[in-house]
Design a protein around this ligand. Structure first.
Ligand SMILES: *Cc1c(COP(=O)(O)O)cnc(C)c1O
Length: 429
């Protein structure tokens, strides 16, 4: 069975359940699988005939090494991997892996849904009601709320700063009802975070109820992100050419999942770590010195991370990271030009995050000419950044039906002051 150690190295090893329910190790480190198994050759021989869900199941089964009975794992995957990740050729040999076909239009749906299913599964086994607390300034809240909707034995409390997020973000986490409670906090995002922290350190509350957080560093979010790398490979027309995959990076969870996929046997010749101006990892790849910085605001704002937490995981996964990874960072004007050029030359609309990945891939291929399959990850639907996309390319990205539906619903929230006693009273009700 799979066991996890902490990147701080001080902890005893823990089970999948403990790693998922805790999120962060007691020593402050991130959980990593102790052993990463190889997929058998037979899997790669048949991969092109398998569906996305079948591929996901094979990868999960191998990685988790019996931690969850096969039947249960199959159910979890069927609910979590419930939308496609098509590979779209936009120029000869250059592919966009579209990861935005989930309910909240970004690749974060993959991680959030698998984590929600796993948490619900473990809570049900214990026969308890699990309370998930999440402070959000926008996007994480919507992916988490969507993911836990209808998951038995779970109740989600989303805390967000009243009046400080966009209407579309707000609608995506306040219109569900059922097991999702949206709290509009009269304060800032920091106040919301403080309230959540207070709840976690309140022993009295923790004795009364099972509490967990939907943290972005939870290992459960990385596991499903390995699936689509294999599925992308399965969709290639000429799988024997060298494979280059460019990943738009912020906290580096997506790239870390790619490195795990490679360790499991995915034939990738190079990964590209593409960033915006928040370039501490590309700088490390050049100089060997990791020097985290305060984050800088950019157009690809979901990648504005100056001190990426998954860097510690990457160092554990790949001892020769600097040879295996190609790093590149791009400015906002470069990102805008890429969005315009790609649209003019191919009719394909990029969102700002996918555009950074596209630029990273182009830079790599320029330095390493020759026949190859080049894949860049398109992590968000351009409709999610409709105003920027319109301004930069002159094009209105089509708004998907599932977003229109949510926008038409009424919000249901509770307004609370930024006072811990008020939050606690609600939680205990
Ligand atoms: C979160 C996010 C990223 C960055 O992913 P990491 O796993 O944090 O590196 C890239 N693009 C979009 C659209 C995102 O939401």
């Amino acid at each position: 069975m799979i066991q996890f150690y902490s990147t701080q190295g001080k902890c005893v090893k823990v089970s999948l359940e403990e790693a998922v329910m805790k999120g962060l190790a007691d020593d402050g480190g991130l959980y990593m699988p102790e052993h990463i198994p190889q997929l058998p050759d037979s899997f790669f021989q048949k991969i092109r005939s398998l569906s996305f869900q079948e591929i996901s199941f094979e990868v999960a089964k191998t990685l988790l090494q019996g931690a969850i009975p096969k039947r249960d794992l199959k159910n979890i995957i069927e609910r979590a991997v419930a939308f496609d990740a098509p590979l779209v050729e936009i120029f000869p040999g250059i592919y966009s892996l579209e990861l935005f076909h989930g309910p909240t239009l970004s690749f974060k749906d993959f991680g959030a849904r698998f984590m929600a299913e796993l948490m619900g599964y473990f809570a049900k086994q214990k026969g308890e009601m699990l309370n998930i607390l999440a402070a959000t300034s926008g996007d994480t809240g919507s992916a988490v709320a969507q993911a836990f909707l209808d998951v038995p034995n779970t109740r989600v409390w989303i805390l967000y700063p009243k009046g400080k997020i966009s209407e579309s973000q707000e609608k995506q986490m306040t219109t569900f009802g059922q097991n999702i409670v949206a709290l509009e906090v009269e304060g800032t995002f920091d106040d919301c975070q403080k309230l959540v922290k207070q709840a976690f350190s309140d022993q009295d509350l923790r004795e009364k109820m099972a509490l967990t957080s939907a943290n972005s560093i939870n290992i459960a979010r990385l596991i499903p992100q390995t699936f689509y790398y294999f599925y992308a490979y399965a969709q290639l027309q000429k799988p024997d050419l060298p494979l280059i995959i460019s990943v738009p990076c912020g906290n580096f969870g997506n790239l870390t999942a790619g490195l795990i996929a490679k360790r499991m046997g995915l034939p990738v010749s190079h990964f590209v770590a593409a960033t915006n101006a928040n370039d501490s990892v590309p700088k490390y790849l050049k100089t060997g010195i990791f020097n985290p910085q305060p984050s800088i605001k950019t157009l690809s704002n979901a990648m504005d991370v100056g001190n990426p937490s998954n860097f510690a995981r990457m160092l554990f996964l790949d001892k020769q990271l600097r040879q295996d990874l190609f790093g590149a960072s791009f400015s906002d004007p470069e990102t805008e030009s890429a969005m315009r050029e790609v649209f003019e030359q191919s009719g394909y609309l990029l969102d700002p995050h996918g555009a950074v990945a596209y630029l990273g891939l182009s830079a790599f291929l320029k330095q390493h000419p020759g026949k190859a399959n080049g894949i860049f990850l398109e992590t968000a639907d351009p409709a999610k950044f409709a105003e920027d996309v319109k301004q930069i390319t002159g094009q209105n990205p089509p708004i998907p039906e599932r977003l229109k539906k949510v926008l038409a619903k009424e919000k249901q929230t509770l307004v609370i002051p930024a006072e811990y006693d008020k939050l606690k009273a609600l939680l205990c009700k």
